[in-house]
Structure formats: structure tokens, C-alpha cells
Ligand binder design. Sequence first.
Ligand code: BG6
Ligand code: MG
Length: 219
Amino acid sequence: MTKAFIFDLDGVIVDTAKFHFLAWKNLAEALDISFSEEENEQLKGVSRFNSLQKILEWGHKNISKEEFNRLMEKKNEEYLSFVDQMSKDDILPGVLETLNYLKENNYPIALGSASKNARRILNKLGLNSYFDHIVDGNEVSKAKPDPEVFLKGCKLLGVAPQQAIVFEDSQAGIKAANTAHMISVGIGDKSVLGEADFNFEGFSEINEKTLKTLINFKK
Ligand code: BG6
Ligand code: MG
């Protein structure tokens, strides 16, 4: 059975998760809402809109629609100021080796990210040409854990969900992949991403043999 690959972006290809954390933390603290790594974990993979809604709920704050939009913009500006300092050197260890192997062996590859900044980030990293298709936060109406982003990716790649191998660092993303009966691969802490079919700390743990195991796995 032909297989195809879908990569999440933030926290999988590049450690932008730390920039999201910093920008949300600054915003939350300015509103007198406490914000730790634990809360941040619940925002991974979650859209910008839903993330702000969650933070405001945690702080029991009600704000106007205008203020909500202003805060989303403010957070994004700060986030992008970090992102714009990134370069190829920020690609996480092992990612390029995996992408090169998949490209050399003609596996179709898509990006499946909640981020509206995905194209800008791939450009900064010089990774655009690896992806046959990009599905990002501008193209979906339902955020992860809804599988819409991954299902769109499958459609574009021309494979059934069971043929798609998804790399994800978030609980929401693993849930999305599992709901759609895709092969889910957790990248990061296994105690957080234990629901995935496979778990790795990072791509440096993934070699040719591992990729073959993923490719031969039947759900
Ligand atoms: C996800 C991140 O990839 O994208 C989330 O894990 C983020 O933390 C979401 O909120 C939306 O990203 P952006 O760049 O559109 O704010
Ligand atoms: Mg992610």
C-alpha cells in the first residue's frame, strides 16, 4: 500500500513552540492571568483564536470582540518578531535527513499545520520545495483536534487516511490523526503523546529503518 507523509510544523520541524509560549505568556501576564508550561501544553496545535479563548477562560476574563482581535494581533506580532530571526540552522535535528530520504524515495509529503504563518516559516527555513502540498490555518475552518487539516492533506496527496503517516508534537494533533484513522507518530514527550501509534523524542531517533517500519505498519 502506497504511503504518504504529513508533517505538522510548529514543534515538529522547528521549535517555534517556545516562541508561541513566550508570546502567550507575555500576553497572559499583562492581563494578570498566570500561564505556565502546563497550560501551554494545552495550546499546542490549537488555533490562535481558540488559544486566546482558552487563556481568557482560565483567567475568567470577558473582553470585547475588538479587544480580542487586538490581542490576537499583538500576540502574533511578538511571535513573528521571534520567527523572523530564524534561519535554516533552526530546523530541528534529523528533520532534513528524513525529508531527504522521503523525497529521494518519491513519497508524497504535505504540511498539516494550524498556523497561519506556516508558509512564511517554511520560506525562512528554505523548506518549501520539500512539500507537495501545504494545508495551513488559512485553509481550515475546524481546528485540531478536528481532523480537517489532515483529511484535506490526504485528499491533496491522493491517499486514504489509513495510508497517511502523521508527525505531530501536540495532543490535539495526535487526537486528530487518530480520529481520522491515520498512522500517528508523536514527536516529543511520550508521557504527553502516549495515544500515538509510535513515539519518538525527536527526528534524530528516526533513521531509514524506522521509516521503513512506519511505512510497513498497517493500522
Ligand atoms: C500551531 C501551534 O501549529 O499553530 C499553536 O502549535 C498555534 O501554538 C497555532 O497557536 C496557530 O498558529 P499561528 O501562527 O497562526 O498563530
Ligand atoms: Mg505542533
